[in-house]
Every structure is written in structure tokens, then in C-alpha cells.
Design a protein around this ligand. Structure first.
Ligand code: GCV
Length: 718
């Protein structure tokens, strides 16, 4: 009796004592923690106890299995599979063509309204019975619609009178893996590659499937599984068999596989004397290669190419243009519906006056010269994924060419996987920037979603932060960056706040006040990182090679790989003069932006030193000198992270203990590293400003010599 009582007591304590589970993060935002809200559970019982999903294609089968599994995990309900609506509520899901019944439930919806990937979720009343219809013109739309419904349930959102119509803004929503065939990941901080090339195709890791379902749940429909610094071996028969095995896992989740193409592959693995894109032998080689790939992978997506950049081979090696190279590959894959994504991140061996201008100078003259199945993939800013850059001036400047956005999800320049930096704020800032290409309201999002210049081939890519670590992304909050990339690729108008709240509710907690506290922290985290790393438009002042810590003193080697090239600090002032009197990069922007950026008084202060070289005592809008403002910005960044640490400790016992402890330790590292950035940068810049630190700025912990002397070995990602 006593023993039974004790057991009962233990069960009671476990069930009521708050989060005692240990969540290692593997399940991402799909952890489907059982609902506790009684009203929501009652609603689910009333509306969703019967499920009728029509169609039996592989994607619809995935949709069916995912929905049934998700709903059972969330609600614990016994779900009845029915062939016609019954009971008090039924979910009816399928394509318009798979079921005349579905079409009859939505008589006002014209065929084709949702497209293949969009969907409608609607509550239809039949007497006292509630039918929730999830319908699409294509199988993938049904999959995405059911994941949307699961998200509504998981976030305990309102479930009655649903009337939702969704269509993705971009056709191609891709992850780019900078994963090498040797299992390392360039700029990857979450362990090794998830692709086990050695064991493929014989062994299919369960992780591939879990990766696919996570991506499908946020609408990602393609993955480039190899590094843009490409290895020609990936295109050999041995490796193509491995790629085909990965594609087989991705297909039922609506995800296409793409590869990077090494431009010199015809010579390296094909034994041709040249890789000249106009050479008939080379053209033949790529056509045969495409035929070989499509025989193995009928839905192969196409190629992503980095050419004539950072030592990669390309058409310019043969005196040909980027368009010549891209078009040759495009012709090879076009019979199969494949595409080519040609990167605009180029810089050649001659150091330009201003690297920020180079991509524009090389690509604008090629506008209109690419085949219809080519997209030019452009990084969000003109230099390289810095904590803050202005949007890339190519957006809007190539009206006859589909431009694809490339964001970095992995945090190469944002503290690697150690810092909590919520990137939806960065993505959204860029997507919402007005290019003025066709007058006001010509936002970057309208360039890439094709509406500004009428393109139907549209896309967006995110350089993945995914690795072999158990929690996928190293830092738990890195998952939010993967999640928000997918959500913004689907709908660039979503706010960082609503995306964060979805992610928090599905990943961490449904408690409204805790969720909003965590959300606040996430929303201020990107600005905090900008402040403690590169405030006021500073950029590219990181350490050499690993790009993790500060290195404003880096001054040797190729000039446009140094820091001094970018900050140009001297006793007169600091900043890169890109005005009409300087490198004139401002002229690459449309009016009135070029004028706004050209004048330090109208230039947004958060980009001031990107465009201007200004004296240390230049007066800022706050009335402070530039030097004082810079010092206080660095300090503000540090203080914000200290605030995160303090706030996080209030969550002990309120969220899962493993999640809590993981983030607690990461924030402690981030707080130290934010001081490292502040101290190193301010001490270095002080050698030029020769001014004291203003009140409110903590004294540096070490000397400049100490920071300059720090050496690190084996930093991941190089
Ligand atoms: C894949 C930066 C990174 C490189 C990366 C390159 C690119 O230079 O440091 O690691 O190479 O961008 O985007 O091609």
C-alpha cells in the first residue's frame, strides 16, 4: 500500500512539477509536445477526430502519415480514418483533381487558384458537422496545408471558422549546403556534414528523412547538397549513385536535389583538354552528363555554380563571359526541366578599387543575355554576409534576368553557432528594403518574387547551418534561423515577431508570457550583435581565416581580404568613402537612394561608415561625437547580451531543463565574446582616435597586444 502510494506520488509530482523532460533538440520545431490547453484539446476532438485524406501519391502518403502522427502526438486522440465525413468533425484533405468531393466543398474556388504548392484551409459547416478542408492544385500543396494545420494546433491557435489561402511567394525555396565530400562543412559550426558520403548509397541515415520532414514543414522544396567550392567528383558515377539515394529520400517530401557544378569538371574527370564553354567537346560532355544524371534522378533540380570567384574555375579562364558559362550548362539541363543558379558573388584576381562594386560591374552588362532557365543568385549585400550591409545594388538593376536571393543561415560572421542571433530580423530588413528600381515600393522582395519585372522563375536560397550535431544547428536558437528562412521564403511579408512566436511555441514553450519574453530577446539579438561587432556601418573587421572573433588590425595579404581595406581608420577618421567623391559605389543605387547614401546627414546612421569616411569628432544625431557614439554602441551590444543572460536565468524550471542549460552556457560564452569584440575593436580604433572612452563604457579587460596576440587552432568551419 505504502509502495503504491509512493509510486502514485512520484507520478503526480512528475506530471505537475513543470518541465522535467530533457529535450536534446533533435525534434526541432516538430517536437509536438502534447497540448495542455483544455479548450484547444476540446476543439481538436470536436473537429478533427475523423480524417479523410484522398490520393495515394508518395507526397500525399507523406502528408497523410505526417498529419496522423502529428495530430496524435499533439492531442493523444484516437483518430479515425474515414471515407466520408462523419461524427462532429472531419478533416478532408486532397487535391482538387484527386477528389470531386473536395472541389464540391469549395465551389467558389477556380481550378488553378492555389497552384501546385499553394492551398486552402477552410471550415465548412454541414448541419452540425464541421468539415475542415485542406485542398490544393498539387500534392505538395496538400502536404504544406496539413503542416500548416498542425502548426495552428501546435501553437494552440484558433481553429474555428478557418479561411486561409496561401501561395508561396518564391518558386524555388532552397537550402545550400556548403558540405564537402570529405564530411566537413565550410563555415559549418554544428559538427560534420549530415551526408555520410562514405556509407551512401548503401546506408540511408534516418537523419535524411528527418531533415526532409523538417524542411517540408516550412515549405522548403529543394536542397543543394554539395559545396559551391565544388568537387568534380560529385559528378562521377560513383557519387551520382549516392546523390540518387539522397534524392529518393527527399522526393516524397516534395524536395528536389541539386548539385554544384565544378566548371573544370570536363578536364578534371572527363579528361578533356579544356573546359571552354564554347568548345563543342565540352558542350557535349555536359549534355551527356545531364543525360546521365537525369537517368538516375528524373526530378534532378539542376546546378548551382560559383565561377571565377575566390580561385574557382569559370568561363573567364577561357575569355568567355558568365553568361556563356551559365547558358552552356542551362542548355544541358533544359531538356529535362532543369535550371542553373549562377552566383554573382564574384571577384577576380585583380583587386578592385572597391570590392563592393564588382558584382554589379560584371553582371549588369549581362542583363538579358542569360537563357530562360538561368537565375543569377545574389548575396543579400554587396560584400559578404556581414552583420549589416545595405542590400545588394544588383537587386532591381537586372530587370531582364531572374535574380535569386542568397542569405546565410550559418553564422559565419555572426559568432558561429555560439551566439544567439535571430536572423529573421536581418532577412526581413533586406527583403523590405526599397530599391526604387521602378519608383517607390520596389522592395527587394518584389524583385526576387518576380512581381517587379514579371518573372515566373523565382527563388531564394539559404546557406544551411545544419550539421551532424544532435540538435542539428549547434546553438538551439540556430534552429529558429533555419525555421525563419523557410517561413520568409514562403512569405517575405511575415514579421520576424510572428515567426519567432511560432517557433518558440513549437520548440520551447506555449506559456504566453515566457514566449513573449523569449521573443523580445530574439528580436533584439541581431542589433546587439551588430553593436558589439560592427556598429554604424563598419564591416569586414573580423579575424583572418576563421572569421569568428575580431581582427580590425588585419592588414596583410590580398588587400580586399584585410580589415584595414574596409574600415580605413586613420587619425583623421574612419569609414569607407563610397560617395561620388570616393569609390562612387553609391551610384550603383537608384535615385533617390544614391543621394540619400551620398550625404552623411541623410545616410542612415546604421550604414554611415559603410558609405562615408568621417572625422572622429563628427557630430551624430544624438549630439555625441562619432567616437563616443561608436564606443557606446559597442557597450550597448555587450549590455544587451548581459540582459539576455539575466533574463534567461529567470526561466530555470520554466522550460525544459536541457534546453535551459544549453542556452544558459551559450549565453555565458556570448557575453564573454561580446566583450572580446568590444575591447579589441575599441582599443584598436583608439590608437587612431586618441580619445578616451566616454562615461558608461567598461574599461577593457586586457591590452590591445593581448587581443592581437590571441591564436586559435582548429576553429570549425574553415
Ligand atoms: C563557400 C565567403 C566565405 C567562403 C565562401 C564564400 C562564397 O568568402 O568565407 O567560405 O565559400 O564566401 O560564398 O563563395
Amino acid at each position: 500500500m505504502y509502495r503504491a502510494y509512493t509510486t502514485l506520488l512520484i507520478i503526480f509530482v512528475l506530471a505537475t512539477a513543470g518541465p522535467v523532460r530533457a529535450d536534446d533538440g533533435y525534434r526541432l520545431w516538430l517536437r509536438n509536445e502534447p497540448l495542455t490547453d483544455r479548450t484547444c484539446l476540446k476543439e481538436c476532438n470536436r473537429r478533427f477526430e475523423n480524417v479523410m485524406i484522398t490520393g495515394d501519391s508518395p507526397v500525399l502518403k507523406t502528408a497523410h502519415d505526417e498529419f496522423i502522427a502529428g495530430l496524435s502526438e499533439l492531442t493523444g486522440m484516437k483518430i479515425n480514418e474515414v471515407t466520408e465525413p462523419s461524427g462532429s468533425g472531419t478533416i478532408v484533405a486532397g487535391t482538387f483533381s484527386s477528389s470531386a468531393y473536395i472541389a464540391s466543398l469549395l465551389p467558389d474556388v477556380a481550378p488553378g487558384h492555389t497552384g501546385e504548392e499553394g492551398y486552402i484551409i477552410r471550415t465548412v459547416k454541414q448541419g452540425r458537422r464541421n468539415i475542415t478542408v485542406v485542398a490544393s492544385g498539387g500534392d505538395k500543396g496538400v502536404l504544406y496545408g496539413l503542416f500548416h494545420l498542425l502548426r495552428l494546433i501546435s501553437t494552440e491557435s484558433q481553429l474555428d471558422n478557418l479561411s486561409i489561402t496561401e501561395r508561396p511567394a518564391m518558386a524555388l525555396r532552397l537550402l545550400n549546403h556548403w558540405d564537402n565530400l570529405d564530411g566537413t562543412v565550410e563555415r559549418g559550426y554544428a559538427g560534420g556534414s549530415i551526408w555520410n558520403w562514405h556509407l551512401l548509397p548503401g546506408y540511408i541515415s534516418p537523419r535524411y528523412r528527418d531533415y526532409a520532414r523538417a524542411n517540408a514543414s516550412i515549405g522548403i522544396n529543394g536542397t543543394v547538397i554539395t559545396n559551391v567550392n565544388a568537387n568534380a567528383l560529385a559528378l562521377t558515377p560513383q557519387y551520382l549513385a549516392k546523390v540518387a539515394a539522397v534524392a529518393d529520400v527527399m522526393r516524397p517530401f516534395g524536395i528536389k536535389v541539386y548539385l554544384t557544378a565544378r566548371f573544370s569538371a570536363p578536364q578534371e574527370t572527363g579528361n578533356l583538354p579544356t573546359s571552354d564553354p564554347l568548345d563543342p567537346g565540352v558542350i557535349r560532355w555536359w549534355k551527356d552528363k545531364a543525360a546521365e544524371i537525369y537517368a538516375l534522378i528524373p526530378d534532378f533540380g539542376g546546378f548551382l555554380v560559383k565561377a571565377n570567384s575566390e580561385g574557382q574555375p569559370g568561363p573567364q579562364n577561357y575569355g568567355r563571359s558568365h553568361a556563356d558559362g551559365a547558358n552552356m550548362l542551362a542548355d544541358a539541363v533544359s531538356p529535362y526541366g532543369g535550371i542553373v543558379m549562377w552566383r554573382a558573388f564574384v571577384y577576380d584576381n585583380n583587386v578592385p578599387v572597391d570590392r563592393a562594386k564588382q558584382a554589379y560591374n560584371e553582371f549588369v552588362p549581362l542583363d538579358g543575355k542569360f537563357r530562360d532557365n538561368v537565375l543569377v543568385q545574389v548575396k543579400n549585400g554587396p560584400v559578404d554576409f556581414q552583420p549589416r550591409e545595405p542590400f545588394h545594388p544588383l537587386f532591381g538593376a537586372m530587370p531582364s534576368t531572374p535574380l535569386m536571393m542568397e542569405f546565410q543561415v550559418t553564422q559565419e560572421y555572426l559568432g558561429c553557432a555560439t551566439h544567439l542571433v535571430y536572423l529573421a530580423s536581418l532577412y526581413s530588413e533586406v527583403l523590405r528594403s526599397d530599391t526604387y528600381a521602378a519608383g517607390p515600393r520596389s522592395e527587394v522582395s518584389k524583385v526576387i518574387d518576380g512581381t517587379l519585372h514579371s518573372h515566373s522563375l523565382t527563388g531564394i536560397a539559404g546557406v544551411a547551418n545544419i550539421g551532424s550535431e544532435r540538435n542539428w544547428t549547434g546553438h538551439l536558437f540556430g534552429q529558429a534561423n533555419w525555421y525563419s528562412f523557410g517561413r520568409l521564403a514562403w512569405n517575405p511579408d511575415l514579421s520576424p515577431e510572428e515567426i519567432a512566436m511560432e517557433w518558440i511555441r513549437m520548440t520551447l514553450t506555449r506559456d504566453p508570457s515566457i514566449a513573449s519574453g523569449i521573443c523580445k530577446m530574439m528580436l533584439s539579438s541581431r542589433e546587439a550583435a551588430v553593436n558589439y561587432m560592427t556598429p554604424l556601418g563598419l564591416h569586414h573587421i573580423m579575424a583572418e581565416g576563421h572569421h569568428w572573433g575580431p581582427g580590425p588590425w588585419v592588414d596583410h595579404g590580398r588587400p580586399d581580404w584585410t580589415s584595414v581595406y574596409y574600415h580605413r581608420a586613420d587619425t583623421a577618421g574612419i569609414g569607407f568613402d563610397r560617395t561620388t567623391a570616393g569609390s562612387n559605389a553609391v551610384s550603383q543605387y537608384f535615385p533617390p537612394l544614391n543621394e540619400v547614401f551620398n550625404d552623411p546627414h541623410s545616410c542612415p546612421e546604421n550604414l554611415l561608415l559603410w558609405f562615408h569616411h568621417l572625422p572622429w569628432n563628427y557630430q551624430m544625431k544624438s549630439g555625441r561625437t562619432l567616437w563616443n557614439e561608436m564606443c557606446l554602441k559597442y557597450q550597448e551590444g555587450v549590455n544587451t547580451v548581459d540582459g539576455f543572460r539575466g533574463y534567461w536565468t529567470t526561466l530555470e524550471d520554466k522550460i525544459d531543463r536541457e534546453q535551459y542549460e544549453h542556452v544558459r552556457q551559450m549565453l555565458a560564452i556570448q557575453a564573454n565574446e561580446s566583450r572580446w569584440w568590444k575591447d579589441a575593436c575599441l582599443l584598436y580604433f583608439q590608437t587612431f582616435s586618441r580619445m578616451p572612452f566616454p562615461e558608461g563604457v567598461e574599461q577593457p579587460q586586457h591590452t590591445l597586444e593581448y587581443y592581437r596576440g590571441l591564436k586559435f587552432y582548429y576553429v570549425p568551419g574553415i
